[in-house]
Design a binder for this molecule. Structure first.
Ligand code: DON
Length: 566
């Protein structure tokens, strides 16, 4: 009897043990599935307007024009007429390209314009108010897209946006909090009481008649309305009244530019991403190629070894970024060498799993013969098989905080993306050098990384995010989450993220998302950990083509982001 009881207990304890140690089988969390076409953006209204354009027969480019403007209405935090952005596309036939509608420094800008008499940067000057504003590129961007690829008339694309501005959008809880958070800064730079300050709370409807009128004039007169017409005159008068330096000539001279995207292979993927003046594509290529020799899948998602390899690759890529990258129309960038396999292999020679490389030991790589919080992303796929990936921004939240009341929109503070002084960090802590110094008509270096990925020569993923310097590393982790760790698109965008950018020499982790023992292990290997800073790392939106031909949307849980499709 005793033996029987004992063996029963043994069996019981064994079976209990196996019960508790078995990893729980979790059902995959999937985002919205659509059969033909999809938009994923920061606001439900914008995704819906883009989807409806495609339901009417418009393509992804038509939907881009409408979505971009709808975000300017419903997501003034980053959606804009007063900012700029980048688009990467892949046509159904495999043709690829990129559009640069990044802001430019005004003609009257100068290298030392943000330095005090001791030669030290005055951050407020490049971040807040009229001197922080770069010449806006967004309207030139949407018209360039429309001229090259649009199929429906501008009026048909923008009328739903005018209606949205007139009828208003419903303020979300997150928006209410942001309105409150930035209140003092709005008051500091705006002489008039701007609409956002009129005490809106969650579930209120915010209408923007001024923006509706601006858009109506743009429908009527095209892009010249913004760069030469009544809107241009009002804009310049407003900026100059507020002490800014942008002139009619600056607006008249602004042009969006088609660029050749950065292309590279990672295992069975072909990644197509934004070229300079964004650092996104080059840094992403460098990081992915430096980690490619390591078997991340066997290390595991967010495991010690995976974090080490990614962090060390990021450290080296951001060091190169700070020295080599800037506006390609002004500086020579050794792109081919920077993303060359043997160069990158050499960069990782000093890496060891035993201990962290210190950033102070890492400089930019030697290239022989070489001379010299806010943005928004959306992805669209249409029923014809075209895919686009767009990241657009005012730079900081609500840009310079300067609101053109009469025209209904905020102006960017993109000038802060320049390096005001070599070696001094900007608002994202990024260090720059001569390559990203201020010069009239130059575009400031960006981290925006709108990206499209192919698998077996077919469209596989469109992805991107806001997040300043963390954009590149968030896009990276999202692609790896699906490719290496078999996550769904929705799981991939929701998964906890970390970030390293060479300087400061700190690995930032999303708070309360990583195991404490893991963080201690990293610390003992010499990594400086920062988990306290409660900022989020990226707010990724993406679309994934599933093997059965349907599309899965990944709308980041960190925001009000929404997928819509049919
Ligand atoms: O172009 C850039 O890299 C920055 N202006 C992006 C700013 C941004 O993502 C802010 N969002 N959190």
């Amino acid at each position: 009897m005793r033996v029987l009881v004992l063996s029963l207990l043994l069996i019981l304890s064994y079976s209990c043990k196996t019960e508790t140690t078995k990893p729980p089988v979790k059902a995959p969390i999937r985002g919205l599935i659509a059969n033909k076409a999809m938009v994923v953006s920061a606001r439900a209204e914008a995704s819906k307007i883009g989807k409806e354009i495609m339901l009417k027969g418009g393509n992804a480019f038509d939907a881009m024009v409408a979505t971009e403007m709808a975000l300017a209405v419903a997501y003034p935090y980053a959606g804009n007429l007063g900012g700029g952005g980048f688009m990467v596309y892949r046509m159904a036939n495999g043709d690829i390209g990129a559009l640069d509608y990044r802001e430019k420094a005004p003609l009257a800008a100068s290298k030392d314009m943000y330095l005090d008499e001791n030669g030290d940067p005055i951050p407020e000057k490049s971040q807040l108010g009229s001197l922080a504003v770069g010449v806006p590129g967004t309207i030139a961007g949407i018209f360039e897209v429309h001229e090259k690829f649009g199929t429906l008339p501008i009026k048909e694309l923008l009328s739903p946006v005018v209606d949205l501005a007139k009828k208003g959008f419903v303020v979300t809880e997150k928006q209410e909090k942001r309105f409150q958070h930035y209140k003092d800064l709005f008051l500091k730079v705006n002489t008039d009481t701007i609409p956002i300050l009129r005490g809106y709370t969650a579930n209120d409807t915010l209408k923007n008649e001024a923006l509706a009128s601006t858009l109506e004039r743009i429908i009527e007169n095209g892009k010249d309305e913004f760069y030469k017409g009544e809107t241009a005159k009002k804009l310049v008068a407003f900026i100059r009244n507020h002490g800014g330096i942008i002139t009619m000539n600056d607006l008249k001279k602004y042009k969006a530019k088609w660029r050749k995207p950065v292309e590279f292979k990672y295992k069975d993927l072909k990644v197509i991403s934004m070229s300079p003046p964004s650092s996104g594509g080059i840094c992403l290529a460098q990081i992915m190629k430096m980690i490619e020799p390591h078997d991340l899948t066997s290390f595991g998602h967010n495991s010690l070894k995976t974090i080490q390899v990614i962090t060390e690759a990021e450290r080296r890529a951001y060091a190169d970024r700070s020295f080599y990258l800037g506006d390609p129309d002004f500086v020579k960038i050794p792109i081919d060498t920077l993303i060359d396999n043997s160069y990158l292999k050499g960069r990782m020679d000093s890496f060891s799993f035993d201990k962290a490389t210190l950033s102070s030991e890492i400089d930019y790589g030697q290239i022989p013969g070489y001379e010299s919080e806010e943005t928004t992303h959306y992805s669209i796929v249409d029923s014809f098989g075209n895919a686009i990936s767009v990241t657009t921004t005012l730079n900081g939240a609500y840009g310079s905080k300067l609101y053109v009341d009469e025209l209904g929109f905020f102006l960017n503070n993109e000038m802060d993306d320049f390096s005001a002084k070599p070696g001094t960090p900007n608002m994202f802590g990024l260090i720059g050098a001569e390559a990203n110094a201020i010069a009239p008509e130059k575009r400031m270096l960006s981290s925006m990384t709108p990206t499209i990925v192919e698998k077996n020569d077919k469209f596989w993923m469109s992805v991107g995010t806001p997040g300043g310097s963390t954009i590149i590393t968030s896009v990276l982790q999202t692609i790896l989450n699906v490719e290496e760790f078999e996550m769904t698109m929705q799981e991939a965008v929701n998964a906890p993220r970390f970030h390293h950018q060479w300087l400061p020499d700190v690995v930032v982790f999303e708070p309360n998302s990583f195991d404490k023992t893991l963080l201690q292990q990293l610390q003992s290997k010499g990594y400086n950990i920062n988990e306290e800073e409660s900022r989020i790392i990226g707010k990724v939106d993406g679309i994934l083509a599933l093997p059965d031909g349907t599309l899965e949307g990944g709308a980041d849980k960190r925001g009000d982001d929404t997928a819509d499709g049919f």
